[in-house]
Every structure is written in C-alpha cells, then in structure tokens.
Design a protein around this ligand. Structure first.
Ligand code: SF4
Length: 343
C-alpha cells in the first residue's frame, strides 16, 4: 500500500457503536457506524495525517489504533502481530510502544498531580526506573527535551499555559520511547501562534527519536507541512489517501477538492483564479449513511444510477493517489480548485 516497512497494517477495520433503548437499555435499535471498513498502512518513520470533518471517524480510528477502543471487526497488525482483539493483559507490554497525545491539554492532565508525577506515570505503570532519584532525573531530561523548565517539576498543571500543558502531554507520550504516537488534534485547542511551536516540536522529536506518528486534524492546512501522507476520511471511510504533495497539488476525490478549495490562498492573483466549491447540506448521520458512495448526497460530480448504486473501492488514480471515486477530478477541475497546482 505504501513504500517502506509498515509498522501498522489496518485491514477492513470497523467500529459500530450500538444504539440501545428500553428500560435497561437491553434493546439495540441501530448503530453509529463511526468507522466502517477502512484499510491502510502506517510506514515506519512516517507521519500519516488523518483528516476530515467532525464525526468522520478519525478520532475513533485513533482510539482503535491504540486499542483504547475495541473494534467491531477487522485487523490491526502492529509489527506483524494482530492486536485488534488482544486481551488487556496481552496488550500491556505493547502499550509502551504506542502512545497517544490528546486534543485537550486542559482536561487530559490530572489537576491535582505535579507535572513531575504526570510525566513519570508511564515509568511507574511499566516499572521502568523504579529508583525515585533516577526517575526524577529522567523526567527532568524529558521536560528539557520538550522545552519545559526542569525546575518546574513540582508545579501543578494550572500553573502552565495551554502550549506548555501540551508539551507536558508530549513529554509523557515520549517517556518510554514509543515506536508509534497517535496525536489526536494536538493543536486544535491552542492559539494559532502556539500551534506552530507544538508542530515544530513534534517534527523535531520525530526526527530525533525516529518516531512514527499518526496526526489527526480536522483542517487540511494544519497537516500540510507535518505529514508525509494524508488520508482524508468521510463518514467512517477513507475517501482519498496520497502523499502530502500529491494530495495538495492534485486531489482526485471531489471531497478532497472541496476541502482544499476552502483553504485560503495568500497570493491574491491565485486567489482570484480559485473556484470555491461549497458543499451543499450537512454531513449525513453515521447511523444511516447513504448507500453506495457515501459522498453522493453532497458531491457536485455525482452521477445518478452509478454513484448511488455502486460503492467505489479505494483504488489508484492518476498520479498514484488512492481515491474511492468513480469519476475522479480531472486536471482542469483540479486547477480550478487548487490554482497553485496550475501550470
Ligand atoms: Fe462523487 Fe460519484 Fe465520486 Fe462519489 S463516486 S465522490 S458521488 S463522483
């Protein structure tokens, strides 16, 4: 699926959340199809972006990858071992190799614990560095590595700014030198001026520690300089998966084209050439997604009798992008949506 050694191979992954009714919630009346059959690889050392509107299934995918959620079906192979249905006991030794950074640095840190003890949590859980002096030394090293003052070891989370709190979350995530970090919208709750600092920090750590990162975002402009490849999700499925250069330069799926057409272009000459593609309607409910192509109810290129009947596979299109679409964007259509790609 992608060049390089896959660290993680996801196949036909499904997560449905049952909707229950009745006095003791004993009757299942439906399901939220949060993730509905996705397949992709995460290559060692890469940053893979997962992007899409709210409710597209990207955060559920993040939690499935790290097994904070149990899948409904499918496989998640981590270094060749299927972890999709491993017990918590079996997973414990693998957990140190896969860590998460959460969206909200305000709520993901225990307000009553000192920063030192928060960052030391993985050491305690996995019985690493049991000597308190050694543990403190390692925690302070981590604080320095993520740009925090090691002398603030005994401070509480509320004494730090939003950006600094996210640095605490990053320090905790890298404490055990994991192979995989899944960062779920790590900068969405931060001021724009701070976002770049955290993105730069993640990039530096990835280079220095050889990390593999899955970076979740709802905004394509955030992931552009962060990711090697990007998967665009829509209603629990992958609509398009491509290298960052190809995805931004030559999006093939109409949904990706619409998202990119909404990204502001700083050059006024190019901005004038750009045709903004406004998508009609809301994202349909994941409890009852449209048949066949999930995007057909909002797609400007939908063809009745094909797109609403025949479910498109995620397959290679011009330029090598994988796109789930019967009628991918032509070069002319791309040039209107992404004028920076025009000759
Ligand atoms: Fe649009 Fe049809 Fe492609 Fe779906 S398959 S994205 S409806 S053109």
């Amino acid at each position: 699926m992608a060049a390089g050694n896959p660290l993680v191979e996801v196949r036909d992954l499904v997560k449905h959340f049952p909707i229950k009714k009745g006095l003791i919630l004993s009757r299942q009346v439906g399901a939220v199809r949060a993730v509905d059959g996705i397949s992709f690889d995460i290559v060692e050392g890469e940053t893979l972006g997962l992007v899409g509107e709210s409710g597209c299934g990207k955060s559920t995918t993040a939690r499935l990858l790290t097994r904070l959620l149990d899948p409904t079906s499918g496989t998640i192979s981590f270094e060749g071992r299927d972890i999709a249905f491993m017990s918590h006991e079996e997973l414990k030794p693998l957990r140190r190799d896969m860590q998460m950074i959460f969206q909200d640095p305000y709520s993901s840190l225990n307000p009553r614990k000192t920063v030192g003890s928060i960052i030391a949590e993985p050491f305690v859980i996995h019985a690493v560095a049991p000597d308190p002096k050694e543990r403190k030394r390692r925690v302070q090293e981590l604080m320095e590595q993520v740009g925090l003052n090691p002398e603030h070891f005994n401070r509480l989370p509320h004494e730090f700014s939003g950006g600094q709190r996210q640095r605490i979350g990053v320090a905790r995530a890298i404490a055990l030198k994991p192979k995989l970090i899944v960062a779920d919208e790590p900068v969405s709750a931060l001021d724009v001026s701070i976002q770049a600092q955290i993105l730069n920090l993640l990039r530096t750590l990835q280079r220095d520690l050889g990390l593999t990162i899955v970076f979740i975002a709802h905004d394509l402009s955030v992931v552009r300089h962060m990711c090697d490849r990007i998967a665009v999700m829509y209603l629990g499925r992958i609509a398009e998966l491509a290298s960052a250069d190809e995805l931004y330069g030559h999006p093939r799926h109409p949904y990706t084209g619409a998202l990119l057409s909404a990204v502001p272009v700083p050059d006024p000459r190019l901005a004038k050439m750009k045709v903004r593609q406004v998508l009609g309607g809301d994202v349909p409910s994941p409890t009852n997604p449209p048949q066949a192509c999930r995007f057909h109810t909002r797609c400007p290129k939908a063809v009745a009798g094909t797109c609403d009947v025949d479910d498109p596979e995620l397959a290679a299109k011009a330029g090598g992008n994988l796109a789930a679409c019967h009628f991918p964007l032509s070069d002319t259509e791309i040039a209107a949506r992404v004028p920076t790609a025009a000759p």
